[in-house]
Design a protein. Structure first.
Length: 104
């Protein structure tokens, strides 16, 4: 990490608690819930969602959502390449939705 610019090093150190050893004993669903809660707090965002690929249908399946419980239900399917999440999966690159306002 010594070759990293200070800002990148700081960001990396802020992410470390998300991946701590306390997560190792959790089953997949509990792990995803805990990770989403941590990521949501770390990034100070309102919502986080995990969509996992169902390779047999080439669709993303909402597995866990935090902050959107009333809107996004587990099991919703999104075709790879369609919509925001589908494009992110097809391009295999992260994506961010910027609504242009701050919570502060």
């Amino acid at each position: 990490m010594s070759n990293m610019p200070a800002a990148e090093d700081y960001r990396l150190r802020r992410i470390e608690p998300v991946t701590d050893a306390a997560l190792a004993h959790l089953d997949l669903e509990d792990l995803l819930v805990e990770l989403l809660d941590r990521v949501r707090e770390l990034l100070a965002v309102e919502t986080t969602t995990v969509l996992l690929l169902d390779s047999s249908s080439e669709q993303l399946v909402v597995t866990v959502a935090r902050g959107l419980e009333a809107t996004v239900r587990q099991g919703i399917r999104v075709p790879v390449g369609k919509g925001f999440a589908g494009r992110v999966a097809a391009e295999k690159r992260p994506g961010i939705i910027d609504l242009g306002y701050s919570r502060r």
